[in-house]
Design a protein around this ligand. Structure first.
Ligand code: GUN
Length: 289
């Protein structure tokens, strides 16, 4: 059996089309959707992610406000900037690029963002809504993965799912979203025993380790016909690679995402959708009822 490639670029483009239409509608109502990005420090990878996010916004008509700050920026200065953006009516979404330099606290920083401008879905309020199945602003990577299942008609009900990641950005929110769709979800991490056995028992494996030197998901770790979603990114010989040995996996899986061109474009597209949703919330257009 050779599986089908899940083409994240195509699905992301269809999400972007819808976002573009929503942006036009909002503009007719006098709302100019705007995302403020905050990047602290000089990490080249983070800088390039933020630049890509801004380019994506421009493509669909979302305004961006770029805040690039020095490595030694203090927590007090960052808190003041977030307060300023929280109170700025022309700003609908606030994204603080992670990870932060070590003098800054990730939890207190994300917690300070107004929940209605929290396009990463990381504030305790939005995390709580997600756990209750009532979220409006959901973390971008997990909601992008859910869009992929939807687009390819992959039903989660009753499926055994293994997620190899327990982060606040990926593993934990994805657990809730998949549970909501009636999957039986097992969250795995660096201390999990018998990872291979758990993967072999799974209908769907989502891997987000991002350290190819330490971990590779290989074909012998999945069952025939499994769905493999690869969120990991590492550099192998200077080239971008996922967690999975895609060429081996696709011979055994029913569906698999490549890296690049799988989950990555979806994460970016969902940020655009969240920004438009946040702009709609500002007008009282979006609810979780
Ligand atoms: N760093 C890596 N992924 C993300 C993300 O989805 N959001 C933010 N804010 N930072 C990140």
């Amino acid at each position: 059996m050779t599986g089908q490639k899940i083409d994240g670029i195509t699905v992301a483009n269809s999400v972007k089309e819808l976002v573009r239409a929503s942006v036009s509608e909002l503009k007719k109502d006098g709302v100019e959707p705007c995302l403020a990005t905050i990047l602290i420090g000089d990490d080249p990878a983070s800088a390039s992610y933020v630049t890509s996010k801004q380019k994506d916004c421009a493509e669909v008509g979302i305004i961006t406000k770029d805040h690039r700050l020095p490595q030694e920026f203090s927590q007090m200065e960052l808190d003041s900037l977030i307060d300023l953006l929280n109170n700025d009516k022309t700003v609908h979404g606030i994204l603080v690029q992670l990870p932060l330099p070590k003098q800054l606290d990730e939890f207190s920083t994300t917690t300070r963002i107004s929940p209605i401008k929290d396009v990463d879905g990381l504030t305790p309020y939005n995390v709580g809504l997600l756990a209750s199945g009532r979220a409006i602003l959901k973390p971008c990577t997990p909601s992008g993965i859910m869009e992929l299942f939807d687009y390819y008609g992959i039903d989660l009900s009753g499926k055994n799912v293994v997620i190899i990641n327990r982060s606040n950005l990926v593993g934990k929110p994805l657990y809730h979203l998949m549970l909501e769709k009636n999957a039986t979800v097992t969250t795995c991490h660096s201390k999990t025993k018998n990872l291979k056995d758990l993967c072999l028992g799974a209908d769907i494996v989502v891997t987000a380790v991002g350290n190819r030197a330490k971990f590779t998901l290989t074909a012998d770790m999945i069952r025939e016909g499994a769905v493999v979603i690869d969120v990991g990114t590492s550099r192998v010989n200077g080239k971008l690679a996922g967690d999975a040995d895609y060429d081996g996996i696709i011979k055994k899986a029913s569906y698999a995402t490549p890296v690049p061109g799988g989950v990555g474009p979806m994460t970016r597209a969902m940020l655009l959708r969240n920004t438009v949703t946040a702009a709609s919330i500002s007008k009282g257009f979006a609810t979780n009822r």
